[in-house]
Design a protein around this ligand. Structure first.
Ligand SMILES: Cc1cn([C@H]2C[C@H](O)[C@@H](COP(=O)(O)OP(=O)(O)O[C@H]3O[C@H](C)C(=O)[C@H](O)[C@H]3O)O2)c(=O)[nH]c1=O
Length: 351
């Protein structure tokens, strides 16, 4: 395969790239990434010594660059997106542009260039709160109504349904995956777990939104990319035009996570800091993964307790990566504050 990976310098995209390069010795990868604040070339193996990896810096909304990047690829794996819910509440425009318009450009070019497989990476945020049509709380199924509760989630519904429509209307060979909350090495410290880990390491408060009882299903990023790889290596008839939930059945509340991070790092509970909740914060995200288990035989294998310790060890062992990210974060924060954004919403930290 020659795979175009959009957003391949981000957290999940780069884990996917490293996994493919390590596991499939003949596959080649072209990464297309805009290198926004969350994209980082340090997440990828060195380009000079990795001949099967090439990199193009560019925007997925730019049709000319997308055409060039996709020109000799048979497969597209589309990760590129604005992903942070807090930011979407202040800057929804960026989310509509990259997530909706960018996905549209990719689908159009993929249709013209007749790619063999377009794997669209979506999210369980599209479902809103996990519940059945009669309102009873239960893990979301692929056929559930999509009820996004944030501009981020709405933009992903736009992208996800556009991708589906390109399969239905034009026969573009699309598969859509909706994964739960990822954690693991190389995650930008704006999302809950890496932010808690870095703040705890530096004896800074861990901001817990609202009552801290909101829960998510936590999946290690390695499990996620292994599920994606499995999908890519299936016969077409099993995966084209299909939507698959991906999750680990590791539901934990924010408060549980904050406490366990403090416990592992032997930090005091006094670092817990209850702050105002995020508007529209989803109470419970959880996905029913029986379809991918039944049809493809996949299930997550990394227990949360093991994955979290490994992730904390990784952040401990990578101060250089953390310092680079911090410099980028400070530059971004200064620019955002100049534009009038509130600081908590751009770096996740209550000031
Ligand atoms: C950053 C942060 C978050 N929170 C709370 C807010 C939520 O109730 C929960 C998780 O928040 P986070 O922003 O880490 O993730 P989600 O809003 O669940 O969304 C994430 O998982 C889905 C699948 C995606 O698709 C998103 O791209 C990804 O960002 O922790 C806090 O209490 N404190 C904090 O500092």
């Amino acid at each position: 395969m020659r795979i175009l990976v959009t957003g391949g310098a981000g957290f999940i995209g780069s884990t996917f790239v490293r996994h493919i390069l390590a596991t499939y010795p003949t596959d080649e990868i072209v990464v297309l990434d805009k290198l926004t604040y969350a994209g980082n070339l340090a997440n990828l193996p060195p380009l000079s010594t990795t001949p099967r990896l090439s990199f193009i810096k560019g925007d997925i909304c730019d049709e000319t660059i997308v055409e060039q990047a996709m020109s000799d690829c048979d497969t597209v794996v589309h990760f590129a997106a604005e992903t942070h819910v807090d930011r979407s509440l202040l800057q929804a425009r960026d989310f509509m542009r990259t997530n909706v318009q960018g996905t549209y450009v990719l689908l159009e070019v993929a249709r013209r260039q007749q790619v063999r497989h377009f794997l669209h990476i979506s999210t369980d945020e599209v479902y809103g709160n996990a519940c059945s049509p009669d309102g009873v709380s239960r893990p979301s199924q692929e056929t559930d109504t999509l009820l996004p509760l944030s501009p981020y989630a709405a933009s992903k519904v736009g992208a996800d349904t556009l991708a589906f429509s390109y399969w239905a209307s034009y026969g573009l060979p699309v598969t859509i995956t909706r994964c739960s909350n990822n954690y693991g090495p190389y995650q930008y410290p704006e999302k809950q777990l890496p932010l808690f880990i870095l703040n705890a390491l530096e004896d800074r408060p861990l901001p817990v939104y609202g009552h801290g009882e909101h829960s998510r299903d936590w999946i290690h990023v390695q499990d996620h990319v292994e599920a994606l790889t499995l999908i890519l290596h299936q016969p077409e008839s099993r995966v084209i035009g299909q939507i698959f939930n991906i999750g680990a059945h590791e539901e934990r509340s924010t408060l549980q996570n904050a406490r366990v991070v403090l416990e592992i790092l032997e930090k005091p509970e006094s670092l817990l800091s209850f702050v105002e909740d995020r508007p529209g914060n989803v109470q419970r995200h959880a996905v029913d993964t029986s379809k991918i288990a039944r049809q493809l035989g996949w299930r997550a294998r990394i227990p949360f307790a093991v994955g979290l310790r490994q992730t904390i060890d990784w952040y401990h062992a990578h101060p250089t990566w953390i310092n680079t990210i911090k410099e980028q974060r400070n530059e971004f924060l200064a620019a955002a504050l100049q534009r009038g954004m509130q600081s908590r919403s751009v770096d996740g930290v209550a000031h």
